[in-house]
Design a protein around this ligand. Structure first.
Ligand code: SAH
Length: 477
């Protein structure tokens, strides 16, 4: 029998989907209930019914799960950024471990027992709030017509004002309030997506947790440079922002396209330095204590930088352990960003080559090598799927170890093919999406590799996302 939209059902939540919805069954019919937690018994209302399954909205919790906790953020259901904030942190970790395992089995085609054997326990975090070093706040207007900063209400582009996200740094609030007050006072209009009018679209804030340095980048809808300044009364805004403790860089980026992409292609510094610096410490991997060594990085607004610095130190230290370098190896770090992993590994390698598509990130990477006095690294700008095959075909480059750390969509098929031709002894795959990871690992396994270690690192507490590092070794000698 089927159900219809607006039907109300009582259901026990027995599992959770990859997107964090609670899954329950009613007469063999599957329900996906947003905001329900595994173990809850809930009453829910169907929002979209299909033949064998339906999506539903949580109406009332009849019996809370033992792993249900009081969410810290009052907006958590509306925002959708923290899909599993209502779940105890230990249960979140178990959910993520399970998600990686399921993807390896279902998408990667590995036997359950094998998946169990290669998986090491996920690395969690002690203090799992305020961990993000970066935030991008959309700017709009509230119901009274005042400028507002916050987040988009789940799946829409309506802005709900909140300057105090529980995952971000405390300075976000002060910085946003300063920008909003300036906008109000000088009648600087917020961008409106529907009409394409207005000036201020987004505010990017990034903080170096080790250095305490902060940068702010305002994304603008118009290039007012011809009118001397990018912003009206620009000096007033800069004057206030630079008083905030740690502020080292204020910049603007121009984005006049009607698009979901936040940043424009160029950044103009209007006060201070090009970005912030930060240090990532190298840890012992048995207990994640500091070795006393670290690498310092310059990060500019358009460059990628891992968002959770506490967990990044653990992640990179595991990458380094998995890479198993002895000082003689040639390493390729593909999708290298500002060269973080390249420089982390350089001390134990003969030579490291990095490949990265964003030119500003490569500029940062080269400067970062120089800052740390590291000479055995070289960086190439370009798409990995073009650079790697070309370097192999024209120059016959090789590697003992290849590290890849692609964006969520995973490695391009041409990158995988080039890696298989290069035949490194080991591949270390760092991934922020275990589904595309499992897909790519399957292809590499069919091409002569085997997976020996997999470990999740929780970089994104309270969200359904999980970072993973995988070690693969060549089977045929
Ligand atoms: N390893 C780095 C960056 C990982 S994020 C770190 O840990 O900081 C992925 C990086 O891949 C980003 O810097 C992004 O700009 C880059 N990128 C995305 N698509 C790419 C492509 N097709 N070729 C090369 N780099 C790409």
């Amino acid at each position: 029998m089927g159900y219809e939209k607006n039907d109300i059902l009582t259901v026990k939540i027995e599992d959770m989907s990859n997107d964090g919805e609670g899954i329950g069954k009613a007469d063999g019919y599957t329900l996906f209930v947003k905001d329900a937690v595994i173990g809850d018994t809930v009453s829910c209302r169907i929002t979209k019914a299909k033949k064998n399954y339906a999506y539903a909205r949580l109406e009332r919790i009849l019996e809370p799960s033992l792993v249900r906790v009081e969410p810290r953020c009052k907006f958590h259901r509306q925002c959708g950024g923290c899909q599993i904030q209502a779940m105890d942190y230990r249960a979140q970790l178990a959910y993520k471990q399970n998600k990686v395992r399921n993807n390896l089995i279902r998408i990667g085609g590995f036997e359950a027992a094998y998946a169990e054997k290669i998986m090491e326990p996920i690395v969690g975090m002690e203090d799992c709030f305020h961990y993000r070093n970066k935030a991008q706040f959309p700017i709009g207007v509230d119901k009274q017509g005042n400028p507002a900063a916050g987040f988009y209400a789940g799946r829409t582009h309506d802005i709900i004002a909140n300057t105090d996200c529980a995952l971000g740094v405390e300075e976000n609030k002060e910085i946003l309030e300063c920008i909003l007050a300036y906008m109000k006072k000088y009648h600087v209009p917020a961008y409106q997506e529907k009409t394409g009018e207005g000036l201020v679209r987004h505010v990017l804030i990034r903080k170096g947790f080790d250095s305490g340095e902060i940068m702010v980048c305002l994304v603008l809808n118009e290039d007012r440079e011809k009118k001397r300044d990018f912003l009206p009364e620009q000096d007033r805004l800069v004057g206030r922002l630079k008083e905030i403790r740690g502020m080292t860089s204020v910049s603007v980026s121009i984005n006049t396209e009607q698009t979901n992409v936040i940043m424009g292609k160029e950044v103009y510094v209007i006060w201070g330095k090009r970005g912030i610096t930060d240090t990532i410490h190298i840890l012992e991997t048995e207990n994640f204590t500091r070795t006393g060594r670290g690498i310092s990085f310059l990060i500019s607004p358009l460059s990628f930088y891992q968002v959770n610095p506490v967990q990044t130190e653990k992640l990179y230290s595991l990458v380094s352990e998995y890479a198993g370098l002895g000082g003689t190896e040639t390493v390729w770090d593909v999708y290298c960003g500002i060269g973080t992993i390249s420089l982390f590994l350089a001390g134990a390698a003969k030579q490291v080559y990095g490949v990265e598509a964003v030119p500003q990130a490569v500029e940062d990477a080269r400067e970062n090598a120089a800052r740390n006095g590291i000479g055995n690294v070289e960086f190439f700008v370009g798409k990995a799927e073009e650079v790697l095959p070309e370097k192999y075909e024209k120059e016959g480059v090789y590697a003992e170890v290849i590290v890849v750390d692609p964006p969520r969509k995973g490695c391009d098929a041409k990158v995988i093919a080039a890696m298989l031709q290069m035949r490194p002894e080991r591949i270390v795959y760092v991934s922020c999406d275990s589904a595309t990871l499992a897909r790519d690992v399957r292809v590499l396994c069919d091409g002569g590799y085997e997976v020996s270690r997999v470990r999740g690192v929780d970089q994104f507490c309270h969200t359904v996302h999980v970072e993973c590092v995988v070690l693969m070794s060549r089977v045929e000698k």
